[in-house]
Design a protein around this ligand. Structure first.
Ligand code: SF4
Length: 327
């Protein structure tokens, strides 16, 4: 494994058994995350981005969900094979997560101090006084004014943006190697969104934390990610550096996503581009390219054969019949 790689996911498959059939939410996804980088995982709702990361954290409700195959190597060990007790040590200590709505992660009945101190004592094995000092330090780092006093507030006493800052402080308080940010700004006002993204980027470069940014917003990815993984119907369809993906998108789905982003240099009367059709139902997907019904470049082969992943260069992969290996 490359020394810079801190997480290597290979062939991850997570399925859900439902009354209507087997939902192949993640179906053979591979990617790696390097020390200190920001990796963007993009795609429409239902593309499998969140399930991919919940699988790595072993937070998939089972039943109905099940990790069917794959490995997630960290420090030479497959964390998908870890017991729940072992995973509790990894979550927070090595990998932390922040979600769209901080209120789903913060307990509304407990003061911020109680919640942060409990987490730090549990993972860092320090006494309460040291944990409080660390919590105040982290709140200060994320820009909470007067943190020694505000730490005694309840979550409802903070605004949405401040609550997300508290979540970031809590997530980073145990020095994790990886921060998974799942749509961290979707529930916030636009002005606050920019501040939170800037904060994540700034802290990641100061603390050396790798960030996995899960988002449907390509603007967020363009502004802050080093590399990008594009997902569709539970599969990886394109992977590359930020410059490659935005400068020369290969997969027709990536091209459509980029075209659908509003641009300031576009005439305001012009209609925004949208990709025709809907993402497919991932129950019983036929053996063809899942993007075929929506693709304006589809060929005969796309209707009957599932395209394999092709490596175009060291960093670049695309799953489309339009490309050959190394092209
Ligand atoms: Fe379009 Fe065919 Fe490529 Fe699928 S494999 S994205 S249908 S060209």
């Amino acid at each position: 494994m490359n020394n810079d790689i801190i997480l290597e996911v290979k062939g991850l498959k997570t399925y859900f058994n439902t009354d209507d059939g087997v939902v192949k939410a993640v179906d053979g996804v591979s990617y790696n995350l390097r020390k200190g980088e920001t990796l963007g995982l993009v795609g429409e709702s239902g593309s499998g981005k969140s399930v991919t990361n919940l699988s790595v954290m072993k937070l998939i409700p089972s039943p109905p969900g099940k990790i069917m195959a794959g490995t997630a190597m960290m420090d030479g060990e497959n964390i998908l094979e870890k017991s729940e007790a072992e995973m509790r040590k990894i979550r927070g200590n090595k990998i932390s997560m922040i979600f769209q709505d901080p209120m789903t992660s913060l307990n509304p009945f407990l003061r911020i101090a109680t919640q942060m101190i409990e987490t730090i004592v549990l993972h860092k094995k320090v006494d309460k006084a040291a944990a409080r000092a660390r919590a105040v330090e982290m709140l200060e780092l994320v820009g909470i004014p007067n943190p020694a006093e505000k730490i005694n507030n309840y979550p409802h006493q903070f605004s949405g943006g401040m609550r997300q800052r508290v979540m970031i402080a809590m997530a980073l308080s145990c020095d994790p190697e990886i921060l998974i940010a799942d749509e961290p700004t979707s529930a916030l006002d636009v002005t606050i969104q920019a501040q939170i993204l800037e904060l994540i980027q700034d802290l990641s470069s100061r603390l050396g934390t790798a960030v996995m940014m899960i988002t449907h917003d390509l603007g967020v990815v363009a502004g802050m990610c080093d590399r990008v993984v594009v997902m569709y119907a539970g599969q990886l369809v394109e992977k590359g550096t930020n410059v490659e993906i935005f400068g020369d998108p290969k997969h027709p789905y990536t091209q459509g996503l980029i075209k659908s982003v509003p641009r300031l240099d576009q005439p305001s009367q012009e209609r925004l581009f949208s990709i025709d059709g809907q993402p497919p139902n991932v129950i019983d997907l036929p053996e063809c390219c899942p993007f075929y019904p929506r693709c304006d470049k589809a060929m005969e082969v796309c209707k009957s054969k599932y395209p394999p992943v092709k490596a175009l260069s060291d960093e670049r992969e695309v799953r489309c019949w339009l490309f050959k290996e190394g092209e």
